[in-house]
Design a protein around this ligand. Structure first.
Ligand code: GLY
Length: 354
């Protein structure tokens, strides 16, 4: 088991290990002994697998437990789903010492966190991520929110969880394509900041990671440590944290243009591929690194290209949350393991991508 401390506006621990789900109640009781009621927020694909176990564990620890299950998928990430959570808690008389448990992937954690940040002006929430993507990225750092028709995550709040319980046994049953999409975020850490992780990924394969629990735990733990470091140094996304957006600015446009039919991780991989090509073409990345980076993405069965045009990529970036006025913060990797934030106007960004 790995315990990683996150120091932010609220300090908390990320516990990464196996068979943790059945210990949820006890783990929550240790940090919040005065809580009485828990709303477990989950999604339709995850609830049948783990909700009963989490519920039983919380009840055994003496909590009064309620559940709110929404239809899985990005399309649910809207204000109606949040209103459902608010009403469920209001109807059951939740108070400020009660809490929400988010049991699911990134969409679930983002929404449960947003409901927690706003209900009674803010109550605690616990993250139990069940997908690789949520374990290595979305569940840590307190970005919560919902989508608007105009773009992803356009409304939300920074609201840190009080505890993150990462039971990597949940990954055993994850369909290959869902595991693979999470690998895009793992590869991202390797590219932007983590050479040992890059080496681990090069020396192993999907099959090795999926069949070796110790290796998987090590890999997830490395990503958690990276994320914790970033959050500690830039919780509110004004600098270093923006580097986590590598491949995402283009990726989000591809995702939106596909009407969210393409998984987030796949779009991030495509976005990274496009940025690698752009950096190589602009001579800010060596051809050797560019080739190695694209080989690694492909080795994890992820794509490196897309037919999006530079004009579409730039037009789509108009909604990017990293935009300040007319200036975009574009994340570049100029050497494996090192990232850079480059301020560009739209014209410069377009030239860079062309
Ligand atoms: N997922 C990127 C971040 O937490 O900033």
């Amino acid at each position: 088991m790995i315990k990683t401390k996150v120091k932010a506006s609220r300090n908390y621990t990320v516990i990464t290990g196996r068979r943790l789900i059945g210990r949820t109640g006890k783990l929550i009781e240790e940090i919040r002994p005065f809580a009485k009621k828990i709303l477990i927020v989950s999604e339709s694909r995850v609830a049948p697998l783990y909700l009963a176990r989490v519920k039983a564990s919380c009840m055994k620890a003496g909590f009064e437990v309620y559940a709110y299950v929404f239809e899985a998928g990005e399309r649910s990430k809207n204000i109606d789903t949040i209103a459902g959570m608010w009403s469920a808690m209001a109807q059951e008389g939740f108070t400020r010492t009660d809490l929400i448990v988010a049991l699911g992937g990134g969409v679930c954690g983002d929404m449960a966190g947003f409901a927690a940040s706003t209900f009674l002006r803010g109550i605690d929430f616990i993250q139990i991520p069940t997908s690789l993507l949520a374990m290595v990225d979305a569940s840590i750092g307190g970005k919560t929110g919902i989508d608007l028709p105009e773009g992803k995550n356009q409304v939300g709040a920074f609201w840190q969880p009080s505890l993150v319980i990462e039971d990597i046994s949940c990954l055993d049953t994850l369909p290959d394509e869902v595991f693979i999409e999470g690998m895009a975020e793992v590869i991202k850490y390797a590219f932007i900041m983590d050479i040992p992780l890059y080496k681990l990924l090069r020396e192993n394969s999907i099959t090795a990671l999926r069949s070796d629990p110790a290796l998987l735990e090590k890999m997830v733990g490395m990503c958690v440590k990276d994320k914790a470091y970033v959050i500690q140094n830039d919780e509110h996304d004004n600098g270093l944290r923006q580097t986590l957006n590598y491949g995402h600015t283009v990726g989000h446009v591809i995702e939106k243009n596909s009407n969210f039919s393409l998984p987030h991780g796949v779009c991030v991989a495509k976005g990274m591929g496009i940025m690698i090509n752009a950096c190589e073409k602009n001579s800010t990345l060596s051809s050797e690194d560019a080739m190695n980076m694209k080989d690694l993405i492909r080795a994890y069965n992820l794509p490196v290209d897309d037919d999006i045009t530079p004009e579409q990529a730039v037009a789509g970036a108009m909604n990017d949350k990293k935009k300040r006025g007319s200036i975009l913060s574009v994340i570049l990797v100029n050497k494996i393991g090192h990232s850079q934030i480059k301020k560009m106007t739209h014209k410069e960004y377009l030239e860079f991508l062309r």
